[in-house]
Design a protein. Sequence first.
Lengths: 331, 331
Amino acid sequence: MPDGDSITGGGEHEFLKNLCARLQSENPPASGEVGPGDDGAVFATSAGSLVATTDSLVENVHFREGWLSAEELGLRAMAANLSDLAAMGATPSKILLSLILPETTSEETTEALTMAVAQEARRQGATLAGGNLSRGSELSITITALGVLEQPPLLRSGASRDELLVVTGSLGDAALAVHLWESGETPDPPLRERFARPKARLRAGSVLARAGATAAIDISDGLVADLGHLCRASGIGAIVERESLPRSQAVDRRDAMGSDFAANGGEDYEVLFTLPQSLDKDLAKLAGQCGISLSVIGKTTDQPEAITLSDAQGNPHPLSRSGFDHFGSKS
Amino acid sequence: MPDGDSITGGGEHEFLKNLCARLQSENPPASGEVGPGDDGAVFATSAGSLVATTDSLVENVHFREGWLSAEELGLRAMAANLSDLAAMGATPSKILLSLILPETTSEETTEALTMAVAQEARRQGATLAGGNLSRGSELSITITALGVLEQPPLLRSGASRDELLVVTGSLGDAALAVHLWESGETPDPPLRERFARPKARLRAGSVLARAGATAAIDISDGLVADLGHLCRASGIGAIVERESLPRSQAVDRRDAMGSDFAANGGEDYEVLFTLPQSLDKDLAKLAGQCGISLSVIGKTTDQPEAITLSDAQGNPHPLSRSGFDHFGSKS
């Protein structure tokens, strides 16, 4: 399933991988289509290819009461889905919104959340086409996003050896905000914003897909974990230079003291791309077109599934547990 | 929103109607498209029109632990969505499945539920294209179904005065099954089946759309409530003959003693159509093509929103609360 990997830890990745494999083998996707197991599903219409993805935001799993306003709940749920479209190189088209709301949720909250989704859809050139409201004991927001492709989709499986690993924006801010909340502290507004109003990298997805990116994945489960999925799907390995991960000052300070918010935190809705080395010289120009910084963080190797995080001296860096882990299962 | 009316009671219908109106006015659907407020959203592609709908099944709101097997959870969640496609006259194409599962849910349950959805999709000519798994304290199943239209969609707003009100199958069985469970009794297998393995009336939807039906609505919130939505959308009224509602023996026995499972129960995933009177003579033939019985239960009138349930003597029948109501908010 597109976002099946959002349940981390335990044997669940393995279980989901097997479930996707069973679904694919019992019902192989038609030529030009992509079934469960990538950031989004792809299916052909005579008008071109559509991408569909779905993702949920669940109270006490993905956020806690009081962290986010109603508007921000809508924006974060949208970003989770739009980021999957970005990682396929797709442009959003239609949005469906399923809300499960406790009886204590006010009509004002419901309306503010819904209008935030509708307005964000419109900002991205899409439409909130429909949805559903149900009662439940626990607030959850499930969005299905449909996107259109103007070029072949960026899959997890398209990377080869000796390509550049490139990430958008900066990593670790949202996970650090969660860590601070969970520690009883209040994140600074800029840090809080990265969790509460994340920006999906839609322009980067379509610009880099057209420029020749070979693969991409939404890294909201954490860079190292999601890079692992890309490597498995592509049958390659990777070396990531820990020092080259793009960080805000706040994350830099923590990671310098031994944390791994940038490598391990996730939650930022940045996207990882693989690019042929020939595009290295064009990166600054491409970043301008994407409207977001692009950082080379390492390269792919021919060693299947071997992922190394190297420190400043080039030695393997043992990954620390990020502050986020004690929030429990992330997704 | 397509299924926004699934929260019944209180001022919620009014709230949802206003929310849909606000969404529609801030972002009017393009020509040939249908926005929030019908059974499904319709949008145009150059390959034809697609219909999208989404619906959730939430534990302790739509079912209780022990009522349904994992497979049946998948089948009932599918029926809820396919029934909305049926009521638009659409044919299922792609399915997305979002599961929110407590940690206590076994991998076997997750797999059985997912495979039931995939297999039901395939039986209906569709594909489980993707999905998402999240943790949560409460089990819920949210499905998004995409369908294709081979003719203009059947909307709630298309009915005129003096048309036939026609329903598929029989009414009240699923609500009676719920009533029995909630009363500590065990429904007979045939009754239980109507709740656990409901059949969406997809063939009826496409056959009657082609035959000239003017409007349709999924009546899983109860015949009278959903007929109200159709009448409001079409600016008409309706008279329903209580005696002519199609019932199983079990429901007939209860309703003869004063219950209104058939008129009020819902949960069956039958569909209500309006047909021009000229089709009356063709009903038996059409029922054969639909593969399900079709019953004329009354007619539309020119009195906006006036809905009358008439008894055997032609007098207005005051609706009793069905056994289902004490299950709380249905949706």
